[in-house]
Design a protein around this ligand. Structure first.
Ligand code: SF4
Length: 291
């Protein structure tokens, strides 16, 4: 098996076979993200190399492989014919596969278009993990996400229409104190338009080697306190009109607020209310992340 550069995968892919399809991230500009800032540069691995890794995995793990994830940062950006070929190869080598997933930012999903997304679904791609972060255009511009709310909605709806599951990542606190209200309002609006299969919650934590850390140190960005983060989450959940599964599967979060919408809304809000009654010293400190 060949791996190059940082290999990240969502916690929900902990049991998945990881076969690297791309290296790095073609965008690599998000101000909060340190993952590929020191390289390697984005490139797409050869289909032959990826297929060789899939065959090796079949020999090593056989039918124990139930789910497959193709790292790295934005594999949806690889040429559609290549992605179709490796999905088809994986499906024929592992007929028992329940899921094939990739990371994909909205702008790269959007460039694929509905027709190609439908072809990818037919070839076996079943889920895309999308770093939505925020639905507020001001925040998206500030963090250099490279997309905007309208594109996020169109891309996500195309993926869903193609039959691909949408797992979106919401980043609490990414608007700072200045945009917390607009971040909550506009993120809820985008989530309502998408009604994704999963809403996965993360909390902003400054990372080393990022522009965002520099802005914090210069006093240009105010990190939210634990109570402010929880109030923001409450503001989002109250505004949601979705049937999504909300999952808090990340170490950055102050509380585990998980449940299925809409039936678990009150329980989740109650968890947050209890959390707001806890002294803030109870929660982890803000620190500079190194990974
Ligand atoms: S957050 Fe995702 S899209 Fe942005 S630079 Fe990092 S890997 Fe690339």
């Amino acid at each position: 098996m060949h791996y190059e550069g940082p290999i990240y995968r969502p916690p929900s892919e902990a049991d998945s076979l990881l076969v690297q399809a791309t290296v790095g991230c073609p965008h690599n500009k998000c101000t909060f993200c340190m993952v590929y800032k020191k390289g390697p540069r984005f490139r797409v691995r050869s289909v032959k190399g990826i297929e060789a890794d899939l065959r090796e995995a079949r020999r090593s793990y056989g039918s124990r492989v139930q789910t497959l994830f193709f790292p790295a940062g934005n594999t949806i950006a690889m040429p559609v014919e290549d992605l179709i070929r490796i999905c088809s190869c994986a499906r024929s080598l592992f007929p028992e596969l329940k899921r094939i997933t990739v990371y994909g930012s909205s702008q790269y999903i959007h460039r694929k278009g509905l027709k190609n997304l439908a072809r990818l679904k037919k070839a076996g791609l079943s889920r895309i993990h999308v770093g939505l972060e925020s639905g507020d255009d001001v925040v998206l511009r500030k963090i250099k996400k490279g997309t905007h709310a309208e594109e996020q909605i169109e891309a996500g709806l195309w993926a869903r229409e193609a039959g691909i599951e949408l797992s979106v990542y919401l980043l609490l606190g990414i608007g700072g104190r200045e945009r917390t209200l607009q971040h909550a309002q506009n993120t809820a609006s985008v989530l309502n338009a998408l009604n994704p299969d999963f809403i996965r919650v993360r909390t902003f934590l400054p990372k080393q080697n990022t522009l965002m850390l520099h802005q914090i140190r210069k006093g240009e960005f105010q990190v939210l306190s634990p109570h402010e983060v929880l109030a923001e989450l409450s503001g989002i959940i109250k505004r949601l009109d979705v049937t999504s599964k909300i999952r808090s599967d990340h170490y950055t979060n102050y509380l585990d607020v998980s449940g299925d919408m809409p039936s678990d809304r009150d329980r989740m809000l109650h968890t947050i209310e209890k959390g707001l009654m806890q002294d803030e010293r109870f929660y982890r400190p803000v620190y500079v992340g190194t990974q």
